[in-house]
Structures are given as structure tokens and as C-alpha cells.
Design a protein. Sequence first.
Length: 278
Amino acid sequence: MWAARQAARTLSQAARPIGAAATAVAAGAVASCNEDHIGAQELHWSNHGALAALDAKSVRRGFQVYKEVCASCHSVERLAFRNLVEYGAWSEEEVKAMAEEVEIVDGPNDEGEMYERTAKPSDRFVSPFPNENAARAGNNGALPPDLSLIVDARAFGMDFIGYTKNYFGGADYVYGLLTGYTDAPSDVKIGEGMYYNKYYGGNQIAMAPPLLEDGVEYTDGTKASVEQMARDVTTFLAWAAEPNLEQRKQMGLKVVLFLVVFLGLIIAVKKRVWSDVH
């Protein structure tokens, strides 16, 4: 018993520096990310919680906003057309027709040359620019980021299994950025080709306000206010960052239930086996 207590005490003492270091790293990460999260308001998102799921209608509307507004500059290269079918908000026919509208560069062929072909559902979404130089040339020298992981990239905290993913600022930051364009204060000088955004680090951003009132015509009749479009496209990007998150949640719940039942069986067997000892 004494040896066990000594071992436990030793492990506890050894763990203290590790815990302190982890706390310091986490605090530094939050402080660093807070520089880009200037007063972004905390909103409620439908995927918060262990059993919560994204609003499928909002995801679909958000994809429409991305396709009609954002896709001219920003890519989602980690996302494939078939992911839309797997999510269930789009039919196979819709996604196939969507892919057939896109031409992608493939190859090389048997002659060693690259060629263009019609996209298939298994292909990933293509970038609107052929290379980084072309992207910068079309955006006043600024490089539009790929949006596949933008929500996760802007989050400054997460749990171990993703149940509270996006809770620590990622989705809030994207929404705030899209709705944060205002006139600059009189004492602030805006650089040439820059725009004032109260939620962007430094408050000056090269991207013009992307969302305008009634900028898209939603197919489901929802009014396309700037706030509604920002929430919908943020919801879509939250899904794009983790297309399989809901399936992982369901699998995690099944594993937890299995472990609970398994633990109950172990306790029952233990009591049965040792019942005659006492």
C-alpha cells in the first residue's frame, strides 16, 4: 500500500509541469487567435452539443451563397462533389448535373499530355484560379484563402472528440467578418484598395464586402438578408470542414453505450464469481 501511494505521489508531481505547460500553450493559443477575433459576437450554432446536428436547409442555402458569391475567388479544394450526396441534402442527380457544369484538367494521357474533361461526382471542387500568381493578380495582390477548413482554422479551442467544434470562435469569426463591414471612424486612415471591418485583425481587409442585401435568390424562398446569408454560408463552411462529423458523433455515442453495457456486464460477472468468497 505504501509503495502504491508513493508511486501515485510521484506521478502526480511529474504531471504538474506537463499540466502547467499545457495550460500555458493553450493560453498562448487563445491570446494569439484573439488578435483576429476582435469582439466577434458569440452566436448559437445548431451543431453545438454531443447529439446536435447542422441545419441541413441552412447548409444547402449556404452552398448556394458560396457557389454564387464566394466561388469566384475562394476554393473548397478538400471537398468533393460526392460529399454533397453523402450528406443527404442533395440528390445524386443534382450533384451529377452540378459536376457536369465544370471542366477540370486531368492527365497525363497516353501521349503524356494534360487534357480537360467534364468533372465527375468523385472529383474535388476546383480552384477558380490556375495558380497563386493568377489569384493574387486578380485580387490586388491578396491571396484568397481556400475555405475548406476556414472555420476550424479560425477556432481557438476544441474538445477531444469534436462535440463542441466551432464553439470557440471559428464560426463566430467567419460570421463576424462577413457582417463586420462598416464605415471607418474619422480618425482611421484606410489604405488604398482596403476596406474597414470591425471584426478583422487590424480592421483593414483587402476583400470588398462580399454580401449585399438580396444578393442571391434562395430557392426555398428565404429572404436573403446579409445576416441570413452570412449565417448560412458559415453553416455550410462548418460542414465542409468536417463532412463526417455527424457520423462520428453517432459512432461515438454507440461506443459509449457499448462501454456502459460492457461495464455493467463486468460488474455483474464479478459479483457472481466472487459472491461465494464472502
